[in-house]
Design a binder for this molecule. Structure first.
Ligand SMILES: C[S@@+](CC[C@H](N)C(=O)[O-])C[C@H]1O[C@@H](n2cnc3c(N)ncnc32)[C@H](O)[C@@H]1O
Length: 271
């Protein structure tokens, strides 16, 4: 049994969950299709935030295995590194890159511990929804601040606190808050659904941790979006219906202006 409060146990647990999800082809483990890859700018809001031209730039796709991110930036001309805790998710990236004839470097590591990268190595860091899998989002931000060059942009997407609090099943009063905002330890494990990953250890980060944590790590916030997943036609109880009540995600554009928080590690990983 994992100790839900020990970082290594949490990592190993979530690695196993995501390895299995990848083997079974569950949600968020499907690489982008040809059609989705045909217009990277339209497909990736993040690319727009990066100025639309990433040719030759060093992009870290953090906790981004599964073939939906790295290949897209590589096709747009970037030098891409994908970090993920799950070797099975990273395999999907390598297969997708090989199928497109592009190069994507994959590194198995936890998002909050990146000693293999030199300070200031990356121009951009993009992170899809994944910070929910670590208890301390501040450590992730410190590591991103360290590996990102001064003036570099960090785009991250997160599950909103209220989405992690709200029931996945509707009541006659909408989607009620069933989990406390102030809490210790992981959320109760989810059984199924698109808002949570079954069996994974997930943590709610409050707004002051999500936004204040970025500022404390040396970032300024330049933009913030709530991608709209509401579907007025959706049946009661499904993803598009609940998303009409509760925004599931928030996307943040932050720029590193402060100094890196930690001294460089002894050994660097070179691409
Ligand atoms: C929702 S997926 C994001 C990428 C996905 N392919 C997508 O559709 O955007 C979350 C990813 O976070 C990874 N992950 C979970 N815990 C992690 C950790 N501590 N460090 C790095 N990656 C982690 C999982 O293996 C998974 O690939």
């Amino acid at each position: 049994m994992p100790d839900d409060n020990r970082p290594l146990d949490i990592q190993r647990h979530n690695q196993r969950v995501w390895d299995q999800r990848a083997r079974q082809g569950q949600a968020y483990t499907e690489p982008l299709t040809d059609e989705e890859l045909s217009d990277p700018l339209r497909r990736k809001a993040a690319l727009h935030w990066l100025g639309g031209d990433v040719r030759g730039r060093r992009v870290l796709c953090l906790a981004a295995g599964g073939g939906r991110h790295g290949v897209l930036y590589a096709l747009a001309g970037a030098q891409v590194t994908v970090v993920d805790i799950s070797p099975e998710m990273l395999r999907i990236d390598r297969d997708a890159a090989a199928a497109r004839g592009v190069c994507v470097q994959t590194v198995q590591a936890s998002m909050d511990d990146l000693p293999m990268f030199a300070a200031g190595h990356f121009d951009f860091v993009v992170q899809p929804v994944s910070t929910c899998y670590v208890p301390d989002i501040g450590r992730v931000y410190e590591e991103v601040a360290r590996v990102l060059a001064g003036g570099g942009v960090y785009i991250s997407q997160h599950k909103t606190p209220v989405s992690l609090q709200a029931d996945v099943r509707p009541s006659s009063r909408g989607y009620e808050l069933v989990e406390p905002y102030y809490r210790q330890g992981p959320l109760p494990k989810a059984a199924h659904g698109l808002f949570r990953e079954a069996g994974a250890l997930e943590y709610l980060h409050r707004w002051e941790q999500l936004i204040g944590g970025l500022c404390r790590a040396g970032f300024v916030i330049e933009d913030l979006e709530e991608p709209c997943h509401a579907d007025p036609q959706a049946a009661v109880g499904v993803f598009g219906h609940r998303s009409g009540y509760v925004a599931p995600y928030v996307r943040i554009k932050a720029r590193r202006v402060g100094k890196p928080q930690r001294s460089p590690p002894a050994a660097f990983w070179t691409p």
